[in-house]
Ligand binder design. Sequence first.
Ligand code: AMP
Length: 590
Amino acid sequence: MDFHPVIETFEQMEQTSSRLALTDYLVALFKKTPADIIDKVTYLIQGKLYPDYEGIELGIAEKMVIRAIASSSGKDASQIEQLYRQTGDLGDAAGEAMKSKSQSTLFSESMTVERVYSTFDRIARTAGGGSQEIKLRLISSLLNDATAPEGRYIIKFVMGQLRLGIADYSVLDALALAFTGDKANRKALENAYNVSSDLGTVARLLATEGLAAVQSVQITLFKPIRPMLAERATSAEDAIARMEGKAAVEYKLDGERVQVHKGKDRVELFSRRLEKITGHYPDVIKSVKSIKHEVILEGEVVAINPQTDEYLPFQELMHRRRKHGVEEAMENYPVVMNFFDILYMDGKSKTSLAYEERRKLLKKILQTAKDGKVRLVEQTVASTPEEVEKFMATAIENGCEGVMIKLPSSTYRAGAREYAWVKLKREYRSDLADTLDLVIVGALHGRGRRAGKYGALLLAAYDVKSDMFRSVTKVGTGFTDVHLEQFYKDLEKHVISHRHARVDTGMEMDVWFEPKIVIEVIASEITLSPSHTAAKNMLRPGYGLALRFPKFTGKIRDDKKPEDATSIDEVVTMYKRQLKIAGSVKVEEG
Ligand code: AMP
């Protein structure tokens, strides 16, 4: 397939802020794409080569890319660097530099999707001594035959800066429309995606074998399953009311969610975002290996004080994240793995078993494990709010965040956030009972002491129904100098020239970002707001909701994707709960 229609679609996408238009462009592109490479095109438009869980990256140094652009555009590296400074994007710099290059059409190979993809793939697979030079040659070979617009996107891709604003859901919509003519079939595609986490394979299966094949996609070892998520409860009464008279109440541990895939001799670990994190917990792997079955299990790894057996907060676990010294970290920051679910065993999915049955099975399986690094999460069965509260008090005493309340009859629904699982967290010291996890979507330039950094960040909550991020506050407090430096660096990669297509706000900002980074904030209250768009018109016409006196807690939730941020519905629930409290307690003025 010629690379040209892909580039054309990218250009169209870059110029629109409308999600409907984005989907239409995708539909048109999918219709033009031969079935046998539709997986590759699907990955490319998402700026990837493989599904995330493969963990395959191009791994090329910026200075190498600059050298490649220089040599194929006939300019000096310093000229490219200057263009880079002017445009702020190396892809744009390449596009500029290559505009004036003389086309060597005589010997140039044609630019096809297959060629571009396989060159990227070779770049990703080249490792070890001298690999940067080889990568440089591979990129140059593409650039030498590329037009300026092609070069621009090749470099954007290589630098991980292809910011087309496409969400997984838009791709699923577009696939359903392109191959079945009916958006309603997205549900079937979504199910297949939820159990395989691989959009490319779903696309290819649909294009080559049709909808029935997609519907029969099953859970497989070493392909992570999109995790089941919990709704938020406002109180123990609320949680119990959502159950059918009886609830399973588990400790809610403050660690990292891990999906463990154990085959005969191989074990892989996946994070909540479904990235491969096998290398992070060698000690857990050792214990898991002693389990006598092939299984997919889910649990929370949490740091522990081995003296007291007390669970420690998330921050302690993060010491494990340092790239070096895993051995040393294992000694200094011991962890335990608390399993809470089983999704697969010896060739069969267990997701359609009821929670109660899965728990029994999980218990039996864990008895075959040899050492104490793996455990079954603490649980009790409760039927009154008092019982929940009592268990929660014990959980908190032991270092947990709160409890998870689960419907005993519920099946495991991959990728779903429903009231079958309900989280009840401890009250924080802030006036609002809970923290919020919000997505950074924009920023104001800093002034005075913060000049050259960002002064405030615009944060958004996630609107699940429309798959949009709607602004709910601007936060400027709670940041240390180190945070400010780090945010500036981390966010640089996500800068875009206009408001992102999935972001909705009434605020004017100096800088806009792709919605990527989730941070935790606390606030004193939630108020009606004419300028923020979270829950707009839901409570009063013309008004949305905003946080008052927001403060960054210091916690970057890099275990959460933007779609895992606090939802609009949760913000509304928090607002209503606050009204209820304010109504029953006399509020002091001043
Ligand atoms: P949150 O991150 O606040 O949305 O809460 C959901 C997270 O709680 C899950 O993704 C898990 O990482 C974590 N968690 C801790 N204990 C449990 C448990 N017993 N069952 C399910 N999730 C748990």
